[in-house]
Write a new protein. Structure first.
Length: 455
């Protein structure tokens, strides 16, 4: 039973186009074979009818010219018209009554192999078929008419023959032409089926492309302008997308509420317990750290599940970064910070707007705090991803310090405002989207933070 179910599943999940083509090819092949056999049979009967008609006409003509002479039967005129006059041609006639034999010039001294035994239908006035083989082994199309005896004389047998090649030759030519015609017809039918399958399945290809656009964030819904047969499927897909979007919105709301409700108290506790006088043995700091790790772990799982539940939007980088640069320029105006942006128009990332704003805001604000006066933001595509670089002209970090500051709550300079959560939060958000965050040296002299997000 399990093997049968697996086989059925494999058949159901195979290529729809291949199944349609296979069924069409089977029916086309069977139809062409049946048509070829039927037409071949009709052609055989037609060609045989033509030869039989010619031989019957010869027999009737001989019968009309047959008369009784003083020495036996004789013919009133010569019946050796072509091709009955060429010896060995296979076209021949003969008349036999008793011991008298009249024959065409094509027979020479031979005689037609007319059956000796009377045929069951020999009382008929119509010639009957009696195909035979001559003395040389060549097939003959033979027609025989037996006339009953009159006035006590022996019965008269009139026979006419044609070579079997006269039947096979035209039939072979006709069947060859028929086979070529059926082959061309079969190719045309197969081409028509291929075109029909391609055109018939084209809406499914378009639907696949529309779904890919939805998944990539280029569309929010599948277009409803579809063939009637696909419209119900599109309606169900759009309903599923709407349901997923609603679930995502609820999940993000719950995650945001929980994050805002717990992040500030935990950060306050962490800073408060940093004083050894309040937690001499570090037990409370360990408990708070454990709570923070558990909260961050479950928040990451909830947020990741929400992000995977539906397609993410595509956010343009240029306008968002320019807005952030203008805002941060005003916030750090007293320091004289100049934020320079090098973002190509039309460059987008697949990310939620509020998450992108939080990640870039953390990186750019950190650069403004540590720079001497210049911050540069650039972006470039790397395969299917986009790398966003935020650089400053500050003192920079050595590799060990760069690794340390990515840990939550780690700060290298307590004199600078902040709680040490910005870079670690940015890294967590980037990893949720399948990206990452790296820190290295900038050619401006300070730190370069490279944020990688899906493009």
């Amino acid at each position: 039973m399990a093997r049968a179910s697996a086989a059925d599943g494999a058949g159901l999940t195979g290529s729809l186009a291949r199944r349609l083509l296979a069924v069409a090819l089977v029916f086309i092949t069977v139809a062409l074979v049946v048509a070829g056999v039927a037409i071949g049979f009709i052609l055989h009967r037609f060609v045989r009818g033509q030869i039989d008609g010619r031989l019957d006409a010869q027999i009737v003509a001989i019968r009309s010219g047959l008369e009784q002479g003083p020495d036996g039967p004789r013919l009133s005129r010569d019946f050796d018209a072509p091709p009955f006059d060429r010896e060995g041609s296979g076209w021949a006639w003969q008349v036999r009554r008793g011991g008298t034999l009249l024959r065409s010039a094509s027979l020479g001294r031979e005689a037609l192999p007319v059956p000796a035994a009377p045929r069951p239908d020999e009382g008929s006035d119509r010639p009957q078929p009696a195909d035979a083989t001559d003395a040389h082994g060549r097939g003959l199309v033979l027609r025989v008419l037996t006339l009953p005896a009159e006035d006590g004389a022996a019965p008269t047998t009139i026979a006419a023959s044609a070579p079997a090649a006269a039947l096979r030759g035209p039939l072979r030519e006709a069947l060859t032409t028929l086979a070529l015609a059926l082959a061309v017809l079969g190719l045309c039918l197969v081409g028509g089926v291929l075109a029909q399958v391609r055109l018939g399945l084209a809406p499914l290809q378009r639907l696949r492309a529309d779904l890919a656009d939805v998944r990539a964030g280029r569309r929010e819904r599948v277009p409803v302008a579809q063939p009637a047969e696909i419209r119900p499927l599109v309606a169900e897909l759009n309903g599923l997308l709407d349901q997923n979007a609603a679930n995502l919105a609820r999940a993000r709301t719950h995650v945001a509420n929980l994050a805002h409700g717990l992040k500030t108290p935990l950060a306050t506790l962490t800073l408060a317990l940093a004083d050894p006088a309040r937690d001499a043995d570090g037990t409370l700091r360990g408990l708070v750290g454990s709570m923070d790790r558990q909260v961050r772990h479950h928040l990451r799982r909830a947020r990741a599940a929400a992000l995977e539940g539906t397609a993410r939007g595509r956010i343009g980088l240029a306008s968002l970064i320019q807005d952030l640069a203008a805002t941060l320029g005003r916030l750090h105006a007293a320091k004289g910070v100049r934020v320079r942006t090098e973002i190509a128009e039309g460059l987008t990332v697949s990310c939620e707007a509020q998450d992108l704003d939080e990640m870039l805001g953390n990186l750019m604000d950190n650069a403004c705090q540590w720079c001497r006066g210049e911050v540069r933001v650039s972006a470039a595509t790397e395969g299917d991803a986009v790398a966003i670089g935020v650089e400053d002209d500050g003192m920079g970090l050595d590799p060990a310090a760069a690794t340390s500051v990515l840990r939550r709550g780690q700060r290298l300079d307590e004199t600078v405002p902040g709680n040490g959560f910005g870079l670690s939060i940015t890294l967590e958000l980037a990893e949720l989207y399948g990206g990452g965050l790296t820190l290295d040296r900038s050619d401006l002299g300070g730190l370069r933070a490279t944020l990688v997000l899906p493009g």
